[in-house]
Write a protein that binds this ligand. Structure first.
Ligand code: NAP
Length: 309
């Protein structure tokens, strides 16, 4: 099938891009791998998206985004993109890992980012048996128990707060004493009586037995002193990696693989645009992803006008 535009990824950026494109009268395929919403779905509560002064649950916002798009004739294609390549006549060929691919005149990449592994011994062994990357998905397994959260960004702070309402105690392990996440979360954490801050510390090992993990060994980065924290769960929030490996080498990325764009969301390849967390940028928010999606769609529409001329 040939579409004017293919949008890859159905998080806030992708849904917004698809919405803007379809409302402008072009044919759009939205290729979605997971459920609509992307990372929003694994976020408990979103407090900084305008229009929701009391906050909104991640799944609720994802549902609203999806319901908004459902009113329009967008072709929803389920699948994982294996590659994007140039095809004859200035088209792009989008191959899926399974099933029929498609062709498009313009491509908007909104594939976001995935969690980064901690890289500590025991992580692979206890993955899914204590080690988790999603507090919303797995937090309830640890109701009334003790857990560790590692990281110092917004994800670690937010999810430590979320977990503190479910579990007995949260140990928040961070390698520095200053947090990267927003001050508002740090203040809330300091007001919470069941989150212990374990700063200037790293996790040397995740320990346990056949039943799953039971503790982590933490080392102070200055004194070198180690401490064993008994906990049945470890939630890892040490940053994100872009989902961009399927793109052709001509699409310029930064050292980690985040896509470089200009302010209009144009990549180094004319006709390929990028929006949301997959872009190389500082601000990764639902609101900035939505803005990126609208900007990318606008740039793609301009590109399509020239394509059709
Ligand atoms: P992030 O902001 O990149 O923070 C990653 C954290 O993990 C940093 O504190 C970092 O420490 C630490 N870290 C990295 N590698 C580590 C390692 N090997 N061992 C121990 N600690 C390590 O990642 P994120 O929190 O997942 O957030 C990703 C993006 O989404 C950010 O732009 C964030 O603002 C955004 N986000 C926003 C919200 C919100 O606004 N509500 C919620 C979630 C995410 P250092 O600080 O020392 O580098």
């Amino acid at each position: 099938m040939l579409y004017d535009a293919a949008v890859i990824g159905a998080g806030p950026a992708g849904i917004t891009a698809a919405l803007y494109l379809v409302r402008s009268g072009v044919s759009v395929a939205l290729i979605e791998n997971g459920a609509p919403g992307g990372q929003v779905l694994s976020t408990a509560e979103i407090e900084n998206y305008p229009g929701f002064p009391k906050g909104v649950k991640g799944w609720e916002l994802a549902d609203l985004f999806d319901a908004h798009l459902a009113a329009y004739p967008v072709a929803r294609v389920r699948g994982e993109v294996a590659s994007v390549s140039s095809a004859e006549g200035g088209l792009f060929r989008i191959a899926l890992t399974e099933g029929e691919g498609l062709e498009a005149k313009a491509v908007v990449v909104c594939t976001g980012a995935k969690h980064r592994d901690l890289g500590a011994p025991g992580e692979d062994q206890f993955r899914g048996r204590g080690v988790s990357y999603c507090a919303v998905c797995d937090g309830n397994f640890y109701r009334g128990r003790d857990v560790v959260v590692v990281g110092g960004g917004n994800s670690a702070l937010e999810e430590a707060l979320y977990l503190s309402r479910i579990v007995n105690k949260v140990y928040l392990v961070h390698r520095r004493d200053a947090f990267r996440g927003a001050r508002v979360y740090e203040d809330k954490i300091r007001e919470t009586n069941n989150i212990e801050l374990v700063t200037k510390s790293v996790i040397d090992e995740i320990c346990g037995g056949p039943a799953g993990m039971d503790s982590v060994i933490v080392r102070h980065v200055e004194s070198g002193e180690t401490r064993t924290i008994e906990a049945e769960g470890l939630f890892v929030y040490v940053g994100m990696l872009p989902v961009s490996a399927f793109l052709p080498g001509e699409v310029t990325k930064d050292a980690v693989g985040f896509i470089l764009t200009d302010a209009e969301m144009c990549t180094s390849v004319p006709g390929i645009f990028a929006a949301g967390d997959v872009r190389s940028k500082r601000c990764r928010q639902v609101s900035s992803a939505v803005g990126d999606g609208a900007t990318a769609a606008t740039a793609a529409l301009t590109y399509l006008e020239h394509w059709n001329a």
